[in-house]
Design a protein around this ligand. Sequence first.
Ligand SMILES: [Zn+2]
Length: 133
Amino acid sequence: MVTVCPECGAEESRDVWDQVVGGRLAWGVSGRCPADPEHSAWESCGWDETPPDIRGELLERHGEHRLRVTPRPGWSRMRLLRALRGEDTPLAEVKDLASRVLAGEITGTEGEMDLLAHRIRPAGLDDAAERVS
Ligand SMILES: [Zn+2]
């Protein structure tokens, strides 16, 4: 995504990020004009649900990531299901998600994969996110 400075029309230098902070997903976007970097800097950020346009930009700039998990001895499918279970998620959906996690089929932004890894770690799984595109 290219955005321009509202003052002079120059192409802004722009960055987007997402990362896990205190067990939640934080996201942000910032920009500044190369002609006046000190006075033109702006930033916008938020928690949890990343706006679709920001999420698209994250995937475009930082790539799509896949989470690979390796069960450690003594890992527990029960604990994995519990870790993945949200407030009202039907059990069938949670089981399906667990299978996809174990098969390494879940992809998303780097921050989303970090968040998922953070949630499932107590179930006894080693994890690693890798860039796939
Ligand atoms: Zn400018």
